[in-house]
Design a protein around this ligand. Structure first.
Ligand code: SPV
Ligand code: MG
Length: 431
């Protein structure tokens, strides 16, 4: 009997999947691969059904003879192991980023005389509705909020990208690339105080008030599903911070990062060029403890950001603070640096990890940008935040366009570098 393999990464079985199984069983014994959580999150939606439950669900389907776990999005693991005579898949993977997986699978399967069978993809009203419902479920606060903790357990390093509007949120949500034999996407969004303030034409000094910052979160949560890490600046007065924690939780934000500074906050990348005052360990610890006490769910995280390296207070001070803030209840530590060289960050991570294996470490490699995610993960970093690159890429492009239109007294000269009118009017999907 021939062996037929098909890979599922769905949380809900609809007519399309049943059709694939029907076509597959005409060819032989059907093995369904359950794409692992770790592989799914690199190019697909975040799973809303646990991996073990997905396996059970696939196993219960009529016509399915066996279910295996597929860990490799490129299929190498299962194909090497099973060497199926046929691989069956919906023909929707002929387009878009997945087409690259299809090409790879076709080569693999042909190399030993197997065959790839594309089944016409079922896209009817029921399938559309299920897709939409899944997206909406992922966007609900109670599902979104816990997703950062889930991601931390699933992936060696969570990648967060800055978002400050619905549009930048959509870029973080939807961008998928193929590179070096893999597909990849961002895991989470960072609502940067610098970029949120800059988008409003204001300096990054806690001038944009919380109500306005929440409005930005709303704009983003309306159109996205990925988890949110909120830049809470200093957290403000402890008496105010406790309310901020409650509001963020309610909105479905996964984490707030607060920095150990007080008084007029300036952006860390100024370092010691401007006057900035570090809060004492006691002051910051009290704020963290009050925030932890105020939070209502177990999902939400309060991450303590240490400014000792930025303010040139030394490694020992940074480490002492890290351990004290964890003792006060912090769910993670962000260590920041404005050096070009990542050495001091890595030294901190290694020394912190020598005494603390669990607490997530967050870094923001804006200045020390030569280091890769893999290298950071090897030093115990769990979350990497690309804090301002979308804003910094958009601003010069817009400024150049404005200058050129003034220069040429018409828009023709800039047109080649613009998105087409057709693209802009169809950029945002309508319901
Ligand atoms: C932000 O993005 O606002 C940050 C990171 O707080 S930094 O600008 O490097 O201080
Ligand atoms: Mg900030």
């Amino acid at each position: 009997m021939k062996t037929v393999y098909t890979c599922f990464c769905t949380d809900v079985i609809h007519a399309g999947h049943l059709n694939i199984i029907n076509e597959a069983r005409k060819l032989g014994r059907v093995i369904v691969g359950c794409l692992s959580d770790e592989a799914s999150i690199r190019y697909n939606k975040f799973p809303t059904v646990a991996q073990d439950d997905r396996i059970k669900m696939y196993r219960s389907l009529e016509g399915v003879d066996e279910v295996v776990i597929q860990n490799d999005m490129m299929y190498d693991d299962v194909i090497t192991l099973i060497k199926p005579d046929y691989i069956v898949h919906g023909d929707n993977w002929k387009d878009g980023p997945e087409s690259f997986i299809r090409t790879h699978v076709e080569e693999l399967v042909k190399s030993y005389g197997g065959e790839l069978v594309d089944v016409p993809y079922t896209y009817n009203e029921e399938v559309k509705k299920i897709d939409m419902q899944l997206r909406e479920k992922l966007a609900m606060p109670e599902y979104r909020r816990k997703r950062l903790r889930q991601l931390l357990a699933m992936t060696p390093i969570v990648k967060a990208m800055e978002a400050h509007s619905g549009l930048t949120g959509l870029i973080v949500e939807k961008t998928v690339v193929e590179h070096e034999g893999k597909l990849d996407q961002f895991d989470a969004m960072w609502i940067s105080s610098l970029c949120d303030s800059t988008a409003k034409g204001k300096p990054d000094i806690e001038l944009v008030d919380m109500t306005s910052r929440f409005r930005t979160i709303d704009d983003i949560t309306e159109v996205t599903t990925k988890p949110i890490i909120f830049d809470g600046d200093t957290g403000g007065l402890t008496e105010h911070f406790v309310y901020t924690v409650r509001s963020l939780e309610k909105m479905g934000v996964s984490a707030v990062i607060i920095e150990d500074k007080k008084g007029l906050k300036k952006n860390s990348l100024f370092g010691t060029e401007v006057k900035q005052t570090q809060a004492t360990i006691e002051e910051m610890s009290a704020k963290i403890a009050a925030g932890k006490k105020a939070q209502l769910t177990d999902d939400f995280m309060i991450i303590a950001r240490i400014e000792s390296l930025i303010l040139e207070q030394g490694m020992e001070d940074a480490l002492k603070r890290a351990h004290a803030f964890v003792a006060a209840g912090a769910d993670g530590i962000m260590i920041h640096s404005r050096k070009k060289d990542p050495d001091e960050i890595l030294e901190f991570c290694d020394k912190f990890r020598a005494d603390n294996k669990e607490t997530p470490i967050v870094v923001v490699p804006s200045s020390f940008n030569t280091i890769t995610e893999e290298e950071l993960a090897a030093h115990g970093v769990n979350i990497v935040i690309y804090a301002n690159q979308l804003t910094r890429s958009a601003f010069p492009a817009m400024q150049q366009t404005a200058e050129d239109i003034l220069r040429y007294h018409r828009a023709k000269e800039v047109d080649d570098r613009l998105m087409s009118i057709k693209q802009i009017i169809t950029l945002i999907d309508e319901l």
